[in-house]
Design a protein around this ligand. Structure first.
Ligand code: GMP
Length: 216
């Protein structure tokens, strides 16, 4: 089944170049069809990893372990963003200039906090059977993003952050997957412009936003 495609990475981590990190709790891999310029997945190694995430994360130990791995993946995404875009970033340049000045200040400017540019979570209705947590830059610029559902699955409450877990029995998040998230308007994450259902227009716009965003 195509939906079982993520199982191979935890079963045989050393067989795949896409596996970037491996320990006893999880593997961290590159998404094969990334929807942002950097898009990783955390795949727990757990006997609960074929459960729906709402069920799987009822286990406090699993939830705690995976939060640690998601934090690790965030650090990986942040350093990849710094590597890719640091050269364009005004705040990074300010830090480097201060550092390399003849008379450097006692306290250097912070540089850019790339951790703030990252979104994480699970889909309310996952498209793949094995438990996976998305950890990605928030730009949503990638050729693999072709459909409005790709965009909205990360830019609406359909993406459920780990902080929401464990869910109470009556938590409204449990109903998100059955709501109209799929057909809501495409809204730019950065400037909030509404593109209706015009995904081609949105993509052209996101490319422009990306150019501004990397310069911040
Ligand atoms: O939500 C499931 C995620 O898994 C999506 O972002 C897909 O792009 C991704 N995906 C689907 N199949 C594969 C695969 O075989 N390998 C990897 N690395 N990612 C996949």
């Amino acid at each position: 089944d195509r939906r079982d495609g993520l199982g191979v990475y935890t079963a045989d981590p050393y067989a795949y170049d896409r596996v970037l990190y491996n320990n006893e709790n999880a593997v961290i891999i590159q998404d094969m069809f990334p929807k942002s310029s950097v898009h990783l997945l955390v795949l727990p190694k757990s006997d609960r990893n074929l459960l729906h995430p709402f069920k799987a994360f009822e286990d406090p130990q699993l939830l705690a372990d995976i939060k640690v791995e998601v934090e690790r993946a965030k650090q990986m995404v942040a350093s990849e963003l710094r590597r890719k875009y640091g050269q364009f970033s005004k705040s990074e340049q300010a830090r480097i200039q201060a550092r390399d000045a003849d008379d450097p200040p006692e306290v250097l400017p912070e540089g850019r906090d790339w951790m703030k540019e990252i979104i994480t979570g699970v889909h309310a209705v996952p498209s793949m059977n094995h438990l996976h947590v998305h950890v990605m830059s928030r730009d949503m610029v990638n050729d693999c993003l072709t459909r409005s559902a790709h965009y909205n699955s990360f830019q609406t409450s359909f993406l459920v952050p780990l902080e929401k877990f464990p869910l109470a029995d009556d938590d409204p998040v449990r109903r998100i997957g059955y709501g109209p998230w799929h057909t809501v308007d495409l809204v730019c994450w950065r400037c909030k412009e509404n593109f209706g259902n015009r995904v081609t227009k949105l993509k052209a716009h996101l490319a422009e936003e990306h150019d501004q965003w990397k310069r911040e």
